[in-house]
Design a binder for this molecule. Structure first.
Ligand SMILES: [Zn+2]
Length: 265
């Protein structure tokens, strides 16, 4: 049993051939997926897919890089957070708010950083209101991300998606109650931080993801990532930790259910 805690079935590249990608992954034992929204449209699509398939759950929210289309509460019009709240109430399969966070990789002007922080906090507030965990996207902003999470307690915590910080910071997120998600990057030759993190955190903190169509693991690096490739990442991690493939699956599956507050049924 495998849980992909971060996948974009709602991305056009996968969505156009959804049946194929979905069934191929199921055949290899990937039987639970958290389909992640990154704006309102993709969040709606994540909900549609979750409503149709018992294996799929939805996370909804706006990614920090989409700051231009995000209308803050204080702006007085129909705010984006109101739209996310309404969407969340349309389906019981919405089990997380995400992907939300901070991303200073593409743009890092002070006013953009500031807006991203407000977006992040508004969506954290909503997660707390709905009693849901969050799915965190954090790029080139690890310290700020940590500060926001430390100062704005998320009741149900959540998952650090595609975690790319140091092992020391990973332990700090672990202390706050967050799980650390490992994807294709773990299998890259030069991914020292990701490997060290895996070796240094508790097994109870490990979950896996594809982030498909992004970041395919070795030996598919550079190609479009596919849902079934999560098996390569889990095998790789199992070997690093001297566990069997099955043990690694079971540990991470249990961790995924726990952090997302769902039962396997
Ligand atoms: Zn993503």
């Amino acid at each position: 049993m495998i849980f992909d805690t971060h996948i974009h079935f709602n991305d056009e590249r996968i969505y156009q051939d959804f049946d194929k990608y979905f069934s191929e992954a199921i055949k290899l034992g990937v039987n639970r997926f958290l389909c992640i929204g990154y704006d309102l449209e993709s969040s709606k699509l994540a909900i549609n897919l979750a409503e149709k398939h018992k294996e799929i759950y939805a996370a909804i929210g706006v990614i920090p890089t989409e700051h231009k289309q995000y209308v803050l509460k204080e702006e007085g019009k129909t705010s984006t957070i109101d739209e996310i709240r309404s969407l969340a109430k349309t389906s019981k399969k919405v089990i997380s708010i995400g992907e939300i966070g901070l991303d200073y990789y593409w743009e890092n002007a002070p006013e953009i950083k500031e807006k991203q922080k407000i977006m992040f906090k508004e969506q954290i507030e909503l997660a707390n209101e709905l009693n849901l965990p969050i799915s965190i996207h954090c790029r080139n902003a690890i310290q700020d991300c940590y500060n926001v999470l430390k100062e704005n307690k998320v009741k149900k915590t959540g998952i650090m998606h595609c975690y790319s910080g140091s092992k020391e910071m990973a332990k700090e997120f672990e202390k706050l109650g967050y799980k650390i998600a490992f994807g294709g990057v773990l299998t890259f030759k030069n991914s020292k931080d990701s490997k060290e993190t895996l070796l240094n955190i508790k097994k109870e903190s490990i979950v896996f993801e594809t982030d498909a169509p992004y970041l395919a693991p070795t030996p598919y690096r550079g190609k479009m990532n596919e849902p079934k490739y999560i098996c390569e990442t889990i095998k790789y991690a199992a070997e690093m930790l001297n566990l069997t493939y099955e043990e690694m699956q079971n540990i991470s599956f249990k961790n995924s259910l726990e952090i997302l507050n769902i039962k396997y049924e």
